[in-house]
Design a binder for this molecule. Structure first.
Ligand code: HEC
Ligand code: HEC
Length: 190
């Protein structure tokens, strides 16, 4: 009797889990036009999402939704989803495999970016930017154009871009040329 009951419970739980997964992957189709199939973006100003931590993805989406983070388009998109749907998509994208972008890069800029990374960014962006955990995104192998646009926005106070204070301070004295060099260095970390 007990065994039958356990079996039914397990079967129901398994069914519920697979329905939730299906709906998360279906929700993510709406993102594919810009962020690529399963988050492997193919557009140079569109960020790769695959393999980024669930906490990071949910946090960013909720900030877009609540108007707490600057965006050109994501605010409008994020407002179309419930918080639970956002979390389901974050879980889905976390499970996908990161596929590094192939950007057009200049070896001199990469070398300059490496020096700046070692002076200012290495304490958080470990593994030359490939490390990712919790609220820290992977930036190694991300699209160079996306990173450049992002860093310029962070450095312009009129845009709302929540960042750790230490990162803001590290960026505050850098020129546009230096930001572009950093972007190229990270983009080169395939
Ligand atoms: C029309 C194109 C488009 C679509 C569709 C789209 N995005 Fe975006 N996404 C962008 C752009 C552009 C950015 C950069 C922020 C901005 O300017 O809006 C971005 C940024 C993001 C970021 C921030 C990544 C980071 O590392 O900072 C996340 C997370 C994200 N999108 C998730 C999603 C999800 C989830 C969906 C599907 C529900 C989606 N996006 C659909 C264009 C799009
Ligand atoms: C104190 C730790 C810390 C330092 C120092 C730091 N960062 Fe970050 N960085 C973070 C965290 C945490 C995030 C995620 C912030 C958010 O919510 O958008 C981030 C986000 C980023 C992003 C956005 C990635 C994306 O996919 O949207 C870029 C690019 C970046 N950092 C580059 C740099 C550069 C370049 C430096 C050095 C000049 C630097 N960071 C210094 C912790 C740090």
């Amino acid at each position: 009797m007990m065994r039958t009951f356990m079996f039914v419970v397990v079967a129901i739980l398994a069914g519920a889990a697979s329905a939730a997964e299906r709906s998360a992957s279906m929700l993510s189709y709406a993102c594919a036009g810009c962020h690529g199939t399963a988050g492997a973006s193919a557009g140079d100003s569109l960020p790769i999402l695959a393999g980024l931590p669930r906490e990071y993805l949910s946090n960013i989406m909720l900030q877009y939704k609540n108007g707490e983070r600057y965006s050109t388009i994501m605010g409008r998109i994020a407002r179309g989803y419930s918080d639970a749907e956002i979390d389901a998509m974050a879980i889905f994208f976390e499970k996908q495999k990161w596929v590094s972008a192939v950007s057009q890069l200049d070896p001199k800029m990469i070398a300059r970016g490496k020096e700046l990374h070692e002076q200012k960014c290495v304490r958080c962006h470990l593994g030359n930017g490939q490390y990712t955990e919790y609220l820290l995104p992977r930036i190694g192998g991300q699209w160079s154009d996306y990173l450049t646009i992002y860093l310029k926005n962070v450095n312009t106070s009129e845009f709302k871009q929540p960042q750790p204070q230490l990162m803001k301070e590290s960026l505050s004295l850098l020129t546009d040329e230096e930001l572009a060099a950093l972007a190229q260095f990270y983009a080169a970390q395939q």
